[in-house]
Design a protein around this ligand. Structure first.
Ligand SMILES: N[C@@H](CCC(=O)N[C@@H](CS)C(=O)NCC(=O)O)C(=O)O
Length: 341
């Protein structure tokens, strides 16, 4: 019992403050593996019924072993994109850790710098995808210098999804894991003042935005009323996109929506889902300041990632109509936009 409490305390303390009584972080691998253990400990298979502490330690140890025992990896250029692809010598692409951080070797000084790989900009926002814009805003708000590479081919990314970062020898995918990695790796204090309840609420808001993503994406690619305006904006700002490219992307998205489920909703049903999420945001975001006070946290970056991708678009979807008619959401969006501009 005492052990379980200690284990929970370890994860709670370390997740809450990034400091607590945890021993000092011993390097990037240690930071990354701690982040991985925290992320996975509540969901990892546990056939031997280990305590949270032991399970967390096991995840940490196998992550560290993967770093130290794995064959050397090297980054190679993907001929179709500017993104580095991961290749393990003598074999097919293979991540060192199944989630969290992968180890690569930067091939140039440029690649050694923290680099965000994400989708292209649109309508004046730095990434037309909410997840990538979240990370972009986070990096700006946290004041970390980085390079931004806009790409469209996600095949080189961990899990083949954008965004991802390359930071020296580390490659991390998934917007939330990226934020967690950067916070621990660089000792960032952007969320240091948050209370435990703020972090829980922030987590729920983040997951709700993951759901809003689908409705937002549906409004662009699937709803026949808005697709032409979205297509034309993409073509205008990114003339390199061919008709064939767009046709394939639309087809691919239609499949994703179908299997995720949103594709089986009639437009008005889908927007009812999206505006219900936005209503919760409108209830939570204060009339001035940020979600948890006068200074923005990583959760404000997450809100911005999705709301800016609705508000700044010259496409009058029901989602945009909702945001535009809520002054607190508009002011929040403009405030973050101003801070990171
Ligand atoms: N959980 C991920 C989600 C990222 C995501 O859904 N990325 C999509 C955006 S469209 C993607 O890159 N999809 C490419 C594909 O599935 O091929 C995060 O938070 O970063």
């Amino acid at each position: 019992m005492r052990k379980t409490l200690l284990a929970v305390a370890f994860f709670v303390v370390s997740t809450r403050s990034g400091l607590g009584d945890e021993p000092p972080v011993q390097g990037p691998e240690d930071a990354a593996c701690r982040a991985q253990a925290r992320t996975e400990v509540f969901t990892a298979p546990n056939p031997n019924h280990l305590s949270l502490w032991d399970l967390g330690s096991q995840i940490w140890h196998s992550c560290m072993a993967a770093y130290h025992g794995a064959a050397p990896t090297q980054a190679v250029r993907n001929s179709d994109s500017k993104a580095p692809a991961l290749r393990q010598e003598g074999g097919s692409p293979q991540p060192v850790c199944t989630s969290g951080v992968q180890r690569i070797t930067a091939t140039s000084k440029e690649e050694a710098m923290l680099t965000l790989y994400s989708y292209p900009s649109l309508f004046g926002v730095a990434d037309n995808n909410g997840y990538g814009l979240k990370v972009f805003a986070f990096l700006k708000l946290a004041g970390l210098p980085f390079r931004h590479e806009h790409i469209m081919d996600a095949s080189a990314a961990p899990r083949a999804q954008l965004p991802y970062i390359v930071d020296g020898a580390n490659m991390v995918g998934d917007s939330n894991l990226i934020i967690s990695y950067l916070t621990h790796h660089y000792g960032l204090t952007i969320d240091a003042g948050l209370k435990p309840g703020d972090r829980d609420m922030g987590h729920l808001v983040t997951r709700m935005l993951d759901d809003l993503y689908w409705v937002m994406s549906y409004s662009r690619w699937k709803d026949e009323r808005f697709w032409p305006a979205f297509r034309d904006a993409l073509r205008r700002e990114h003339p390199e996109l061919s008709d064939e490219h767009l046709r394939k992307a639309r087809e691919f998205n239609a499949q994703r929506y179908y299997y995720q489920g949103i594709g089986r909703y009639a437009p008005e049903e889908a927007y009812a889902r999206g505006t219900a999420d936005l209503q919760v945001l409108a209830n939570l975001v204060p009339a001035s300041g940020f979600l948890f006070g006068p200074r923005p946290s990583s959760f404000d970056a997450a809100i911005y990632g999705f709301v800016a991708n609705i508000y700044f678009y010259g496409i009058e979807t029901p989602l945009k109509e909702f945001v535009s008619s809520h002054a607190n959401l508009v002011d929040h969006c403009k405030a973050i936009h101003g801070l990171i501009g």
